[in-house]
Design a protein around this ligand. Sequence first.
Ligand code: HEC
Ligand code: HEC
Length: 266
Amino acid sequence: MSDHQQMTKTTPKDFIAATLGGLFAPGLTIFMIVMLFLGIQYKMGETDPAPLADKAVRERVQPFGVSLAVDPNVVKVEFTGEQVYNEVCAGCHASGALGSPKFKENADWGKRIGQGYETLLSHAIKGFNKMPARGGDPDLTDMEVARGVVYMTNAAGANFQAMLKKEVEPTAAELANGQSVYAENCASCHNTGMTGAQKLTDAQAWIPLIKEGKDYLYNAAINGSFGGPAKGGNLKLSDADTKLAVDYMVAQAKSAIDATSKAKAK
Ligand code: HEC
Ligand code: HEC
């Protein structure tokens, strides 16, 4: 029966523990509430939500190499063909309003496509009868209008995708000039990858950028992109020189891409 005795017997040690517990439990609760409150206060002071949101946006756009502008007055956002269509062209072409060729209606487009890409593009940029210049949105760049044209005509049986890729290759002299503009204004970030700039040797970073086309890259370099300063921060640089630097960068990036794919092929 020693077990039973053990259970009921209150030792002086138990007694002290119980008394202390009883005394301190309310104190402990108050202490925890105070700590919780302080913790909330501390957190509110510590985390400024703005830079976090900014960081989140950067991380989301990073893999695509696409520039998302927070303030449309600071950076011009380049639309894709689908976006151009949805934002501007669909206003008429979705329904065939004003006698416009209807989206995905091959019969409406057949003859027009037969005129060839250059004519279609020129009509879309300059306007044609009731078709307003740039679909009525003067802010669209030539490349954006071209993407819109390709998006609509391809949906009606054309195959003009390749036209968007048609780019004039820079001459050796242009590349040499571009290299010196680059060395002076761009290398500080793009050689090292500082501040998140795409390193010229980083094939993975440049593949999607090159796909966007030179006009897109020129625009990003001249007007700035998310994190990339306009003209590399030297606003005295002319547009033409900035473009030469981009030409040089793209040429370098292309050889990095070639080298990587050759290495993979081996
Ligand atoms: C306000 C209405 C309207 C909007 C917006 C509009 N279009 Fe049109 N579009 C027309 C009309 C009307 C025609 C037919 C013109 C004709 O053949 O007389 C047309 C024809 C065209 C053609 C065929 C031209 C040809 O030579 O046959 C192309 C290409 C075109 N539009 C592209 C675009 C693009 C790209 C956009 C958006 C950026 C756009 N349109 C926005 C009304 C519009
Ligand atoms: C202070 C650092 C810095 C300098 C100097 C700089 N860049 Fe950049 N650049 C960046 C960063 C950061 C990005 C990445 C932006 C992003 O993630 O979209 C970038 C991106 C680019 C892109 C890709 C566009 C895109 O959408 O990402 C091009 C093209 C470019 N820079 C051209 C230039 C040229 C040309 C110069 C020199 C005239 C230059 N940069 C100088 C930081 C710099």
